[in-house]
Design a protein around this ligand. Structure first.
Ligand code: GLU
Length: 442
């Protein structure tokens, strides 16, 4: 059976690191098994769902290279939900309730004060058809609960958490539909997972208790229960995921110059003990993806680590992949020369400025000026088509007796205006003879 996974964001905000991780894990699991990765827009909440967010979700996934093999929208599927709902009514698996939130809160408090679990008491199940008619006559519309099957213990073998067991008697029948006819998340999600042929539901552990309920919904609808796996949540490097980090969107990361491949490389392995390797692309990560590698402890997301991985990605990026983000005129030779020094691709412009000039070199003392003059003289005699830097420095070593930092640093500073940077052997030919002579002579 083809593996089918889905990523089901609610378009009530931008995607952040945590839900991107869920999207990626679903993509990797599908690719690992040659299956399908579907996008489902959970927009049953019309008031909070925004089209702008839908557009941004698609753009963020595309930026990361997580292309869905199909897309569904819950707002276009209300007829399908109604049909399934009618079946549940006929089977007696959903029932009408009228309690107000205030009444429910009060009952909960009473139960808790007696040391009892605050489980819904199913009082509405005792209502007769005449009671419902009377409620309707009073203008009261019902909300609906799903009736859990108390006689069947809920179990599943979680792909990450291992065997799970829940006692339905210790759970409240969940509200699945509001009095105004609108849907809560729980039931439409199951109806969709069945219709979309989802074989694997992989999501955050904040959904474990939802799964306990949904397992029974699959069965009530006569469908096989998919495999479930719940990943431990992300925390920040110093404990729980900070508000800022929790809200860190893909647009923020993109604006900060983080490479999408770095996000993929890090998030694919976060929560496992496998090393994060910037050299691994998404296909390689998919080939090695294995849910059993994930632990149950919260996974630590560290922005500094993301920056390191991103630099590692840039140090391997081929020219064709970055060409359209480089300064006008910068060619492959220049890219390969400066690439090892970049933490962000945008820094290429700084090195392009160093190569093209003008640069601001630090002031020098008389002795250094004399040394640079000599360097300029030697530079006129060099074969600039070969390796002028090695020729220049080995000649100057012989003629001046300088070596190490005393030899290299004044040259680097005069030629680039900086005391660190790309390999001078690669840089000097790019600066070129005329410009190099001018810089040594000033
Ligand atoms: N829309 C739900 C959420 O974002 C989907 C959960 C699920 O994967 O079923 O939490």
């Amino acid at each position: 059976m083809t593996v089918v996974t889905r990523f089901a964001p609610s378009p009530t905000g931008r995607l952040h690191v945590g839900n991107i991780r869920t999207a990626l894990q679903n993509w990797l699991l599908a690719k690992r098994h040659g299956g399908l990765f579907l996008l489902r827009i959970d927009d049953t909440d019309a008031a909070r769902s925004l089209e702008d967010h839908v557009v941004a979700i698609r753009a963020d996934l595309a930026w990361l290279g997580l292309h869905p093999d199909g897309e569904e929208r819950q707002s276009a599927r209300f007829d399908i939900y109604q049909t399934a709902f009618d079946r549940l009514i006929a089977a007696g698996r959903v029932y009408r309730c009228y309690e107000t939130q205030g009444e429910l809160d009060l009952r909960r408090k009473v139960l808790l004060s007696r040391g009892l679990p605050p489980i819904y008491d199913r009082a509405a199940l005792a209502l007769t058809e005449a009671d419902h008619v009377a409620k309707a006559a009073e203008g009261q519309a019902p909300h609906w609960r799903f009736a859990l099957d108390h006689d069947t213990p809920i179990t599943w073998d979680d792909g990450i958490r291992g065997p799970q067991q829940f006692d339905p008697r210790q759970m409240s029948d969940p509200v699945v539909r509001r009095a105004d006819g609108s849907w809560l998340y729980m039931l439409p999600s199951v109806i969709d997972d069945i219709a979309m042929g989802v074989t694997d539901v992989l999501r955050g552990e904040d959904h474990v208790s939802n799964t306990a309920t949904q397992v029974q919904m699959f069965t009530a609808l006569g469908a096989p229960v998919p495999r479930f796996a719940h990943a431990a949540l992300l925390t920040g490097a110093e404990g729980k995921l900070s508000k800022r980090l929790g809200a860190l969107g893909m647009a923020d990361l993109r604006d900060a110059g983080v490479e999408p491949e770095a996000i993929v490389a890090l998030l694919a392995r976060l929560g496992t003990s496998d090393p994060v390797d910037p050299a691994l692309d998404s296909d390689a990560l998919a080939a090695a993806f294995d849910l059993s590698r994930f632990g149950r402890a919260p996974a630590r997301f560290d922005e500094a680590e993301l920056d390191r991985i991103s630099a590692g990605v840039i140090h391997r990026l081929g020219f064709a992949k970055v060409a359209d983000r480089l300064p006008e005129g910068m060619d492959e030779v220049v890219w390969l020369a400066i690439r090892p020094n970049l933490a962000r691709v945008s820094e290429a412009a700084d090195w392009w400025q160093v190569i093209k000039g003008p640069i601001a070199a630090p002031p020098v003392d008389d002795e250094t000026r004399a040394f640079l003059r000599e360097a300029a003289t030697v530079a006129t005699t060099l074969d600039w088509a070969g390796d002028p830097w090695s020729a220049l420095t080995s000649t100057l070593k012989d003629t001046t007796g300088r070596k190490g930092k005393a030899l290299f640093m004044p040259l680097r500073q005069a030629l680039t205006g900086m005391d660190h940077g790309p390999d001078m052997k690669a840089l000097l030919p790019l600066i070129g003879r005329e410009e190099a002579l001018a810089r040594l002579n000033t």
